[in-house]
Design a protein around this ligand. Structure first.
Ligand code: PEP
Length: 244
């Protein structure tokens, strides 16, 4: 994986790819490419978001191979425990060493019809379990009033968080039309969206979250997106390549 300059976060969303054996192989290969200790101290942080079934493997083998990877989960339950078949709680993820949780990824929003209350519950539970929610926001259609849609998605979660909770959230600007497509949003668009999100959340909630960008970032275009004042990138398909 390419390492951007400090203090960026490179978050690798593996989606529903990489079973635990493939995860083990990926980490083994990474340990060869990235000798023990390299990557630490530079300030850039690499985090992988494998499927739930691969988290334990990633936790155990990144530690045993000495690969400096942080761990994140692709989703979390808005509930703490109990009769919620198929769900995984924040405290379970914390015990697996997760540091981050994706909240409101556009694929989860679409496939699970997540409500505002569920998104708030997911963010709150993650924070209560000492993890950082990465709140994904972004417009569905290219053009139009897009950036306003992203701001509204961020506002609807931020408005139900306490000031302390708001200070712990990372926001990822992910225009839905750019996810899984052949092009990223333009640098101007990304920069405008990041500025709009920052200004909006500062004005309405006094919050200054770190802003990431996600949407078809790969090894060929990441250079052109550096220097936009972002806090890092959320990378999907390209992060499955060890060469990224
Ligand atoms: C994502 O899943 O958040 C994402 C940005 O995917 P991709 O990089 O494949 O567009």
């Amino acid at each position: 994986m390419a390492q951007p300059c400090a203090p960026w976060l490179l978050a690798a969303n593996w989606k529903m790819n990489m079973d635990h054996l493939q995860t083990l192989e990926f980490i083994r290969e990474l340990s060869v490419l990235l000798p023990r200790g390299e990557g630490e101290g530079g300030g850039a942080e690499m985090a992988i978001f494998p499927p739930f079934t691969s988290l334990r493997t990633a936790q155990v083998f990144s530690a045993s191979y000495g690969v400096p990877l942080s761990l994140g989960a692709q989703d979390v339950s808005p509930h703490s425990s109990g009769a919620f078949t198929g769900e995984v709680s924040a405290s379970m993820l914390e015990r697996l060493g997760c540091r981050y949780v994706l909240v409101g990824h556009s694929e989860s929003r679409k496939n699970h019809h997540e409500t505002k209350e569920e998104l708030v519950g997911k963010a709150k539970n993650s924070i209560a379990s000492r993890m950082t929610p990465i709140l994904c926001v972004g417009e569905k259609e290219k053009g139009g009033e897009g950036i306003g849609e992203a701001c509204r998605q961020a506002e609807e979660v931020f408005c139900d968080l306490s000031p302390e909770e708001r200070a712990k959230v990372i926001v990822s600007y992910e225009p839905v039309w750019a996810i899984g497509s052949s092009t990223t949003a333009s640098p101007e668009r990304i920069s405008d969206a990041a500025c709009a999100l920052k200004a909006d959340l500062l004005e309405k909630f006094g919050a200054s979250p770190r802003i990431l960008y996600g949407g078809s970032v790969n090894e060929g275009n990441i250079e052109s997106l550096k220097g936009l004042g972002l806090g890092g990138f959320l990378v999907g398909r390209a992060s499955l390549r060890i060469s990224f």
